[in-house]
Design a protein around this ligand. Structure first.
Ligand SMILES: [Fe+2]
Length: 638
């Protein structure tokens, strides 16, 4: 149903329309949800949502409203620069012309696919809260990929881009205004369209739509990233995305080749409860196909090149990569961080922006370029797509420059896994209904089975035990038994260092909900029993290093060497040092005014963690991503 009324009238009319609907049909609604009893405005909503439980009458009435604020302006146009079809990455110039009265609440959305529902869905705000992102965003029935106010062009409101549309007696009697905006567009396979709205994000109505634009090759293989499958350093998994369903190949080394296994996930795989989740509802986007192939027969700590794709869908560029060192060898250089996400590279607004992610990614790329990185560990809160599936493409594009060149190992976080009644340890809706499905598909790790995202891997002198804080870790749980056995079985003569990683911290003096004391009670004794050297967590958006800590007490303090660097002597082991490293992108968190004695170093700046392991020493650093300065350095020796 469309309401062809001027913008201003449309906006003030909404309460009246709602009131009319409620008063005319509320009695029949309360006795039955039969579509025939409903006002025509909400019939399609009922049909769509009958399968969900706990549908409130109020929600049904508010569910769908199509406003077309056609103001009869025949001059309005949207022109998009560029070719007939788009490449894999473009900065498109979008020109809006013919505006009669520029308003500061005029905005333009990039939607995909082009038939996405851009009706007004005010109650999406309730669904939106599930993602944890609470900023003001467009309340459309299908969430746009990105959006931008026309007033981002400083010439818009002042109407500097004037055009004369009507003359009388040689005099201009009608002028219009325009806005020119830039949109960073990635190949997300499905076609896109630009839609112009009045009414701001809160009460949007459609003014004009552009033509739909397609990608030149929706099947193009893109966003490759590497991971290790074991501790030998002789095999590497490459995972990439394509619109093509047929198996493709990775070609590597001197003429070797492996065929991809193809997987994907559907809207039905997303979880939902009571209120529909963003993943299942207005945040869904078709992921295409995720290809994954294991390159075998490699040598550890050696450089090779690869490309992936096929003759029919096309090939990626050739990428140089390096295998990690084999477990038991001498030297490892690794980076680690949590909570990175992504941020738009244009002036648009997107769902869940992580402002530090761009500078951290640049710094990480420079480190990888220098040849001094063997592996990267990203320990949870990976993309922050949280049910807005298109954002996985943006995140993969964000990390691919470095994740395609060294092993990129991950742990799961609350924003990948948690949802009500889904088997997660914490019943928050933080994954927006993804429930770990996209995460596991994009980042296949050497885990025991689906939805059991824990594993260990050895590189040089380090044994990494990677757990999921989002799955049951209580004593007698499968994961607890696994981590206990894994840490107990480490051959410390082969890998002297035991590094334990997960997402939620045991120790933090950051503001807000941080450490879970039940997690601490359950799992911390295992760290001491097995003499874990270093424990890394994210989730809190800052950097914090402890003393040698156990049960909230310092069991030992590090000693300073001649240059003032803290040394933890593990030849006389007392307890692990724990470090929070969730400062890689998400808005930074502050610390409490009076931190506990166990908190030695606290830094709230964007950055990442760097490690250098030899059999005798672990050197560890916090690197500020903006200045590239090492702002904390410590060593663990034995
Ligand atoms: Fe988190």
């Amino acid at each position: 149903m469309e309401l062809h009324i001027p913008t201003q009238i449309a906006i003030v009319s909404i309460p009246i329309i709602l009131f009319t609907c409620i008063s005319s049909s509320s009695s029949s609604l309360s006795s039955s949800l039969s579509p025939s009893n409903l006002h025509p405005l909400v019939v399609d909503s009922v049909l769509e949502h009958l399968n969900y439980t706990a549908i409130s009458e109020f929600r049904l009435l508010n569910r769908r409203r199509i406003l077309e604020c056609s103001d009869g302006n025949p001059y309005l146009k949207i022109n998009v620069s560029g070719n007939a079809t788009m490449g894999d990455e473009e900065y498109l110039t979008v020109n809006v012309t013919g505006v009669l009265v520029p308003a500061d609440n005029d905005w333009i959305a990039m939607i995909s696919p082009s038939d996405a529902d851009v009706s007004y869905c005010p109650l999406n705000k309730i669904m939106y809260v599930q993602t944890g992102d609470l900023i003001d965003l467009p309340l459309l029935c299908h969430y746009p990929v990105k959006a931008q106010y026309l007033s981002r062009d400083p010439d818009y409101l002042s109407c500097k881009k004037k055009e004369c549309k009507e003359y009388k007696d040689g005099q201009c009697v009608l002028t219009t205004c325009g806005s020119t905006l830039t949109f960073h567009v990635l190949n997300i396979r499905t076609d896109i369209e630009f839609v112009l709205f009045a009414g701001g994000f809160t009460i949007p109505c459609v003014l004009k739509r552009s033509n739909s634009l397609t990608f030149a090759n929706p099947n193009q293989p893109l966003y490759g990233h590497l991971s290790s499958i074991d501790s030998t350093g002789t095999s590497m998994r490459i995972t990439w995305v394509s619109g093509g369903k047929e198996p493709q190949k990775v070609q590597y080394g001197d003429g070797k080749s492996q065929t991809s296994e193809v997987s994907t996930f559907s809207r039905d795989d997303m979880c939902s409860k009571v209120v529909p989740s963003p993943a299942k509802d207005f945040g869904w986007h078709d992921p295409g196909y995720i290809h994954s192939a294991v390159m075998t027969g490699l040598q550890p700590s050696t450089s090779y090149s690869y490309k992936y794709g096929s003759d029919s869908v096309g090939w990626s560029n050739k990428v140089q990569f390096r295998t990690p060192p084999a477990g038991g060898s001498n030297e490892l250089k690794f980076l680690a961080y949590g909570d990175m996400g992504k941020a738009p590279l244009d002036d648009t607004v997107e769902h869940y922006i992580q402002p530090g992610s761009v500078s951290v990614a640049k710094a990480v790329l420079d480190d990888v370029d220098s040849g001094n990185v063997d592996a990267i560990f990203h320990i949870g809160d990976i993309s922050y797509a949280t049910g807005f599936l298109v954002e996985w493409d943006f995140f993969l594009h964000h990390i691919s420059p470095f994740a395609s060149r060294v092993s990129y190992m991950t742990a799961i976080g609350n924003h990948e896994r948690d949802y009500v009644d889904s088997g997660a340890r914490y019943i928050t809706p933080d994954s927006g209904g993804e429930c770990g499905i996209p995460y596991e598909t994009y980042f296949p790790m050497p885990t025991p089975a689906k939805d059991k995202p824990w594993y260990s891997i050895e590189q040089a002198s380090v044994h990494f035990t990677v757990i999921s804080t989002e799955h049951d870790w209580s004593e007698n749980s499968e994961q607890y038994q696994w981590m206990k056995g894994d840490m107990a079985s480490v051959d410390r003569s082969k890998t002297p260092w035991l590094v334990f990683m997960g997402h939620r911290p045991m120790y933090t003096s950051g503001h807000g909900l941080g450490a879970d004391p039940i997690f601490l009670d359950a799992v911390e004794p295992l760290l001491l029993d097995n003499k874990a050297d270093l424990v890394l967590f994210g989730h809190m958006h800052n950097y914090e290093r402890t003393c040698s800590v156990f049960q909230n007490e310092c069991k030992a303090m590090p000693k300073k060497d001649q240059s003032g660097v803290d040394i933890y002597d593990h030849s006389n082991y007392s307890a692990p040092v724990q470090v929070v490293i969730g400062m890689a992108g998400f808005r930074l968190g502050e610390f409490t005014d009076e931190p506990s004695d166990w908190s030695l170093i606290r830094i709230s700046k964007f950055g990442y963690f760097r490690g250098h392991a030899t059999p005798k020493e672990l050197q560890l650093e916090y690197v500020n991503a903006d200045t590239r300065k090492v702002e904390d350095i410590f060593r663990i020796t034995r």
